[in-house]
Design a protein around this ligand. Structure first.
Ligand code: SF4
Ligand code: SF4
Length: 302
């Protein structure tokens, strides 16, 4: 079984308990306006150009068999016609500064597992394991299921970070293979949810309720974007989740940071919210006070 990934991060401490290896899968059905991994949205590999590393030598232009790149050294200008580019990778090999990159690599389950198995001792000592993230791992369902099954076979703790936007039967299939669901809750109200993410909330909440009532261990994850989704209604709904779903392991607020902005330029993608600022400490304290007043004990602001 093969699948597309765009990163494997060892020694990850933020994607579930203990020391973990996080595997980032490509492909996502959502279009969250604040996405900080926009290169993950397409399931196909993407060519990127890191401007700060480019010395405008023109080697990429010379090697490109599709004449997709034009470099004007005198004006420090690098441009690409992406319609011509077939992501052959020749320019990546030719670029000696590392300015050309490709996001997306086809790998087998065995190849991923050989990376994951390197840190088994750390998982055992820390209570860690593997986390599948993305993108939306459920977009490559067969690959995701096989990775979870292979990890389970080796006795490795399994977690999956999901938007919840996937067919119910897929969640049914991975439920017995998954120790922890890191389940996103992105906005309150179907209209706003659709406006901000491009998908309706109902199917997501139906999947959430299904997993919860089947006894799945769930940590709710709320990306919080000041001025975009941090409405009073949303804050109250998050507080209510803790009351209505007492067996949640945690409700984690993920304050927006704008470190993903440069990726939009790098991969030639449209950034829907280019002027958003990283969440201030003051704003985080405001949210913290709100959840404290609401008597929440499981809400954690990162
Ligand atoms: S080969 Fe690399 S450094 Fe040279 S122009 Fe192309 S991207 Fe820039
Ligand atoms: S990936 Fe291949 S086709 Fe695309 S710009 Fe580079 S050399 Fe040209």
């Amino acid at each position: 079984m093969e699948g597309w990934i765009f990163d494997i991060q060892r020694f990850s401490l933020q994607d579930g308990p203990g020391i973990r290896t996080t595997v980032f899968l490509k492909g996502c059905p959502l279009r969250c306006q604040w996405c900080h991994n926009p290169e993950s949205i397409s399931i196909h590999p993407l060519l990127g150009h890191i401007e700060t590393k480019c010395v405008y030598c023109g080697a990429c232009q010379l090697i490109c068999p599709s004449q997709a790149i034009v470099v004007v050294k005198e004006e420090k200008q690098w441009t690409i016609n992406r319609e011509r580019c077939n992501v052959c990778g020749a320019c990546v090999t030719a670029c000696f500064t590392g300015a050309m990159v490709i996001s997306g690599k086809k790998v087998t389950v065995e190849e991923v597992m050989s990376e994951v198995l390197k840190d088994v001792t750390y998982y055992q000592q820390s209570g860690g394991g593997i986390t599948l993230s993305g993108g939306e791992p459920m977009m490559q369902f067969d690959f995701t299921r096989d990775l979870l099954a292979a990890s389970r076979e080796k006795g490795i703790h399994t977690a999956i970070e999901t938007s919840g936007a996937a067919p119910r039967r897929h969640f049914e299939a991975i439920l017995p293979l998954t120790d922890l669901f890191l389940f996103d809750y992105k906005a309150t109200g179907d209209q706003l949810h659709h406006q901000l993410t491009g998908v309706h909330q109902q199917v997501i909440m139906d999947n959430f309720n299904f997993l919860y009532h089947q006894g799945a261990l769930i940590e709710v994850r709320c990306p919080m974007v000041p001025g975009i989704n941090d409405t009073a209604e949303h804050l109250h709904a998050i507080a209510a989740m803790e009351r209505n779903y007492p067996h949640l392991s945690q409700v984690r607020i993920l304050p927006y940071h704008n470190t993903g902005n440069s990726k939009y330029e790098r991969y030639g993608l449209h950034n829907p919210l280019p002027h958003l600022s990283t969440t201030t400490e003051e704003k985080k304290k405001e949210w913290e006070s709100f959840f404290h007043r609401e008597g929440c004990t499981k809400v954690l602001i990162e």
